[in-house]
Design a protein around this ligand. Structure first.
Ligand SMILES: C[C@@]1(CC(=O)O)c2cc3[nH]c(cc4nc(cc5[nH]c(cc(n2)[C@H]1CCC(=O)O)[C@@](C)(CC(=O)O)[C@@H]5CCC(=O)O)C(CC(=O)O)=C4CCC(=O)O)c(CCC(=O)O)c3CC(=O)O
Ligand SMILES: NC(=O)C1=CN([C@@H]2O[C@H](COP(=O)(O)OP(=O)(O)OC[C@H]3O[C@@H](n4cnc5c(N)ncnc54)[C@H](O)[C@@H]3O)[C@@H](O)[C@H]2O)C=CC1
Length: 214
């Protein structure tokens, strides 16, 4: 089935994770990284989830999931090792208006979590449509080796220039061709070498030599 790719803003949004095992920990960790308010319903937690709870990063409801638990959540992850409980919780969550991910039932889920790498605001995701999470993970590792932190730094520099170029270049068409032509491998190389000010200088120079008059 064709999936629709979308990157969600989760700051201040509530997410529930049912279950406290390894899968729940992976989901809770990436939710927290995106700024979600996470509640975990589970009689037990992995050491990693316990540490997050002790650090005040998430709410732990220390018991089995009960019907009535899932009001007012934007996302719900059903990640216990009990297939029937996961399905029951999913039905309740969806009826309450949440989007639901069921760890052991892709076919019943509203969305899948892709493998991802983040370098600053650069986010690269890999999905196999549920066909092979192991392949998604392997591709992610290959991509992470190819696109290092210098890409996040480069993005931060050119993102800063965008408002300026918007006022300098009058039409969307001009801006489009400027940005398409401006990806600069030399600047990326300088960033990789740790030469931040040289890279910034180079990017600024390319931008300042462009304008309606040039
Ligand atoms: C459908 C989906 C639903 C969802 O969870 O969103 C789903 C479902 C299932 N995964 C299972 C197993 C494994 N999952 C992983 C790892 C990851 N799984 C993730 C996502 C997804 N997993 C969604 C589809 C994503 C896509 O489109 O490909 C990643 C990418 C993201 C994340 O979880 O954060 C994360 C990589 C983290 C990273 O980046 O490192 C590994 C590998 C490993 O751990 O090394 C294994 C063992 C090897 C294998 O099976 O491939 C099983 C049990 C199968 C069984 O019982 O045999 C099911 C259920 C089923 O398939 O029925
Ligand atoms: N989607 C994915 O990425 C993956 C999914 N899976 C599937 O995900 C499920 C969970 O896997 P793991 O975390 O490895 O399992 P696990 O056995 O380590 O953890 C299960 C957790 O669920 C809790 N639990 C059990 N009954 C509960 C209830 N009624 N209410 C609340 N919590 C309850 C347990 O206390 C435990 O913390 C399995 O069904 C597995 O097949 C496995 C690997 C990856």
């Amino acid at each position: 089935m064709e999936l629709y790719p979308i990157n969600l803003k989760l700051a201040g949004r509530r997410a529930a994770v049912i279950g406290g095992g390894g899968v729940a920990e992976r989901k809770a960790t990436s939710l927290l990284a995106a700024g979600a308010e996470v509640s975990v319903f589970s009689p037990e937690l992995t050491p990693g989830l316990s540490a997050l709870h002790e650090a005040g990063r998430l709410v732990w409801v220390p018991r089995a999931y009960q019907s009535g638990d899932l009001h007012k959540f934007f996302l719900v992850f059903c990640a216990t090792n009990q297939a029937d409980i996961n399905r029951q919780a999913a039905v309740e969550a969806r009826a309450a208006g949440a989007l639901v991910n069921i760890a052991d039932a892709p076919e019943l889920s509203d969305f899948y979590v892709p493998a991802h790498i983040a370098q600053g605001d650069l986010l690269i995701t890999v999905s196999t449509g549920g066909g092979s999470p192991a392949l998604a993970r392997r591709l992610k590792e290959d991509i992470a080796a190819r696109y290092g932190p210098e890409y996040g730094q480069y993005l931060a520099l050119i993102a800063k220039l965008r408002p300026e170029m918007k006022s300098r270049l009058a039409t969307a068409k001009e801006r489009e061709s400027f940005w398409r032509e401006t990806i600069d491998h030399e600047a990326l190389y300088l960033l990789k070498e740790g030469k931040f000010s040289e890279a910034e200088e180079r990017i600024r120079h390319a931008a300042c030599c462009t304008g309606p008059e040039s």
